[in-house]
Design a protein around this ligand. Structure first.
Ligand code: FES
Ligand code: FE2
Length: 389
């Protein structure tokens, strides 16, 4: 992030603090409770949000070298991303053309080929079918060239890897990031190294799980004993980029900057910087210096279950056990706060909403990124969202 942007955010923070307020939405938002529980609504969301538009699926640092692959899942669709010998990232459905097995798992280098564990059909880095061992004439009459892995459109730019689960037009990453691309590029995600990944399925709607990352109002209360002593609930400094948002949550220590010359102001060690990348990914840049990619996808067909994935990246590969231990402790701490505090809360809320006895929930003006996200979801469902990319 440019020094000028950092100073601008800090100035906005101090001005809001002086005025004892926070970034405010123009008006509060009443949300029907059943948007979180209605199966028909989920079907419409999958179509409008997950199947037809570009999704952030990985960081460039997930595939640092040619021949690297990573598997992931977006809205229940298993994906295989590969950096080919030409350094270009390609995406495929991670689904074997024989009978649907997963041809790869985890991440790494596949060696000579991806080999489906079920009957060992083998595919190369371009997704082409190389062999069907032990099959002899069993598949005679079908041209092997027809049986490559099914490609999905993928594009890489600004250190991000973006895919779309339908259509075959190329993806315009800059267009779909609505001006946020260069700021994200400044972090150099291609140089971050994957450190750890955690996945959990929570009993709550995907938007409820995602909502926890969209406001800091709850920090003083829900995280009273964990984040509360270090982080400020308010002011929350929010800015919007098309359907996306940047939200900055400051550490209490930030006030020390007021004693220093502005030329020394540096945001990163004093804040958690969140990028909410529509529709359901969050990049969090916490003050510890690592990067987190969070994804919130509904489990197939269910408005009541969400697969939450957290991927942790470190600025460079850990040099020794001490460094590894430091990052491990960060992962454990983050998972404890998010799963035991945030997501446990959202599971309770989801059970309450499923009763059908609460007609609506209310998003306050002090939860502007929450309001923004829900408005953007409505726009996309009404066919009036950002159709670019
Ligand atoms: S399902 Fe993959 S080889 Fe049979
Ligand atoms: Fe939280």
């Amino acid at each position: 992030m440019r020094a000028e942007t950092q100073r601008d955010i800090l100035h906005r923070f101090f001005a809001l603090r002086q005025a004892q307020t926070t970034t405010l939405a123009p008006e509060l938002y009443r949300q029907r409770a059943d948007v979180y529980t209605d199966p028909k609504r989920l079907t419409a969301e999958v179509e409008a949000l997950f199947r037809g538009r570009p999704l952030l699926v990985a960081l460039s640092g997930d595939l640092p070298s040619t021949g690297d692959y990573v598997t992931t899942e977006a809205a229940g669709v298993p994906l295989l991303l590969v950096r080919g010998e030409d350094a270009v990232v390609r995406g495929f459905l991670n689904i074997c053309r024989h009978r649907g097995g997963r041809v790869a798992s985890g991440r790494g280098q596949p060696g000579r080929a991806f080999k489906c564990p079920y009957h060992s059909w083998a595919y190369d880095l371009n997704g082409d079918l190389l062999g069907q061992p032990m099959a002899r004439d069993a598949f005679a009459g079908i041209d092997r060239a027809e049986l490559g892995l099914i490609p999905v459109p993928v594009a890489e730019r600004f250190g991000l890897i973006v895919a779309r689960l339908g259509g075959d037009e190329p993806i315009d990453v800059a267009g779909c990031l609505d001006g946020l691309g260069p700021e994200l590029a400044d972090y150099g995600f291609e140089d971050y190294r994957f450190f750890d990944e955690r996945t959990g399925v929570v009993e709550a709607n995907w938007k409820l799980a995602h909502d926890t990352f969209l406001e800091s109002y709850h920090i003083f209360s829900l995280h009273r004993e964990s984040l509360g002593p270090d982080m400020l609930s308010t002011p929350f400094v929010a800015e919007f980029f098309g359907p996306h948002a940047r939200g900055v949550v400051m550490r209490r220590e930030v006030t020390r900057l007021l004693e220093r010359d502005e030329s020394e102001w540096e945001l990163r060690p004093l804040a958690s910087i969140f990028y909410m990348l529509f529709p359901c990914a969050v990049i969090n840049m916490p003050m510890t210096g690592h990067a987190e990619l969070w994804e919130f996808y509904p489990e197939p067909g269910s408005p009541h279950r969400t697969r939450v994935t957290a991927k942790f990246y470190v600025p460079r590969a850990p040099a020794d056990d001490r460094e590894r231990g430091f990052w491990d402790a960060n992962v454990r701490y983050t998972m404890r706060v998010v799963f035991d505090e945030d997501l446990a809360q959202q599971e309770d809320i989801h059970r309450s909403l499923r009763t059908g006895l609460l007609p609506e929930v209310i998003y306050g003006r002090n939860e502007p990124a929450l309001i923004h996200h829900h408005r953007q979801v409505e726009l996309a469902l009404n066919g009036d969202g950002h159709a670019r990319g």
